[in-house]
Design a protein around this ligand. Structure first.
Ligand code: AP5
Ligand code: ZN
Length: 209
């Protein structure tokens, strides 16, 4: 199943995608994770995009589409894939249509106040990338990853100013994709305000129907 997960920053796309990926045996492809890996590795791409990610602006479409195309050609997408955080603009969606055929675009929605709470309390493992939340999904030991013992950090773009900018960028550039996929007849809405378990079960139900 070829899937796209849409939704504002902090809606919980990544959290659900990890579980759905395990459940369906298809890769979870997050453009944000790919960019953060490039930054960590100090690659050419990483050097180009660091300041863009820190500010919450979008990476240019040509760089992003090339990255996704390369990832989709790695040979593990025979059973399908979950694209999380891509596409984020109409030109990206149009480019994706020339690369692959989607079965569903899942749109996760949550009120802005909840998004700010989720983003400002998020902590990520430096080592394996696992995501926690100080209130909603705390690690067993403060500041330490449950799965690998790595140190947890706060993403630079989870600072208050960057969160504000990311929400503005989302409403201006990404929200129009909801109608884009609605017009294609493949959009499904998920209320992402509930607990992670509730959101996961609503998503699996939608995918199975
Ligand atoms: P990206 O990494 O994609 O960031 P994002 O879209 O802002 O999404 P997030 O990762 O912040 O949120 P999420 O919905 O995955 O939430 P999560 O599950 O972590 O992109 C980062 C940057 O990369 C962009 O700003 C841009 O610069 C660049 N970029 C990426 N893709 C691009 C593209 N296509 N084009 C151009 N540029 C691009 O959950 C958030 C928190 O809430 C966590 O702490 C979690 O534990 C908690 N939580 C999750 N679900 C629940 C729940 N149900 N209840 C309570 N807490 C929950
Ligand atoms: Zn870890």
């Amino acid at each position: 199943m070829n899937l796209v997960f849409l939704g504002p920053p902090g809606a919980g796309k990544g959290t659900v995608a990890v579980k759905v990926s395990e459940e369906l045996g298809i890769p979870h492809i997050s453009t944000g994770d790919l960019f953060r890996k490039a930054i960590k590795d100090q690659s050419e791409l990483g050097k180009k995009v660091k300041s863009i990610l820190d500010s919450g602006e979008l990476v240019p479409d040509d760089l992003t589409v090339a990255l996704v195309e390369e990832r989709l050609n790695q040979g593990d997408t025979g059973k399908g894939f979950i694209l999380d955080g891509f596409p984020r603009t109409i030109p990206q969606a149009e480019a994706l249509d020339t690369i692959s055929t989607l079965q569903m675009a899942v749109n996760f929605s949550v009120a802005d106040e909840v998004l700010v709470d989720r983003l400002s309390g998020r902590r990520v493992c430096k080592n394996c990338g696992a995501t926690y939340h100080v209130k909603f999904a705390p690690p067993r030991k403060e500041g330490i990853c449950d799965s690998c013992g790595g140190e947890l950090y706060t993403r630079q773009d989870d600072a208050p100013e960057a969160i504000k900018n990311r929400l503005q960028v989302y409403y201006r550039q990404t929200q129009p994709l909801i109608d884009y996929y609605k017009d294609k007849g493949i959009k499904t809405d998920i209320d992402a305000a509930g607990s992670p378990e509730q959101v996961l079960s609503a998503t699996l139900k939608a995918l199975n129907s």
